[in-house]
Design a binder for this molecule. Sequence first.
Ligand code: ZN
Length: 151
Amino acid sequence: ADLYRDVLLDYYRSRSHKGRLEPHDVRGHGVSPICGDEIEITAAREGDRLKRIRYDGHGCVISQASTAMMAEAIEGKPIPEALKLIQAFGDFMVRRGEPQAMPGPLEEAKALEGVRRFPARVKCAMLSWNTLRMALEQGSAEFRENDEVRP
Ligand code: ZN
């Protein structure tokens, strides 16, 4: 029950950043075979800023809610700041950073804290963040989470 906090369900149901931008400057496609999650992220830049970000996909509540949180936190941010937020989220989820260390724009993502006890589900939460990071670095990216789970 701890895995599905109300805030996660709210983000899962949210439509506010759903869709696909055409044209776009950045595109990432990510899959997590261990769970079957799939996500496509498109973003439009304005100079150094991610002016708009949209996503489409399917999968579990955690993967989709985490993507909606990411889109909300990152839309409008300069790319270097977006990359810092992605790093901070990874530090929280994978290296179990303290919730107090989360930057302000990631406040809502603290709701994923309970997921950290389930390594397979951490991949669900990280999928879109890893996909966007690779897409920002390369312009376009195909990202695939590996299907190994280490406790
Ligand atoms: Zn999943």
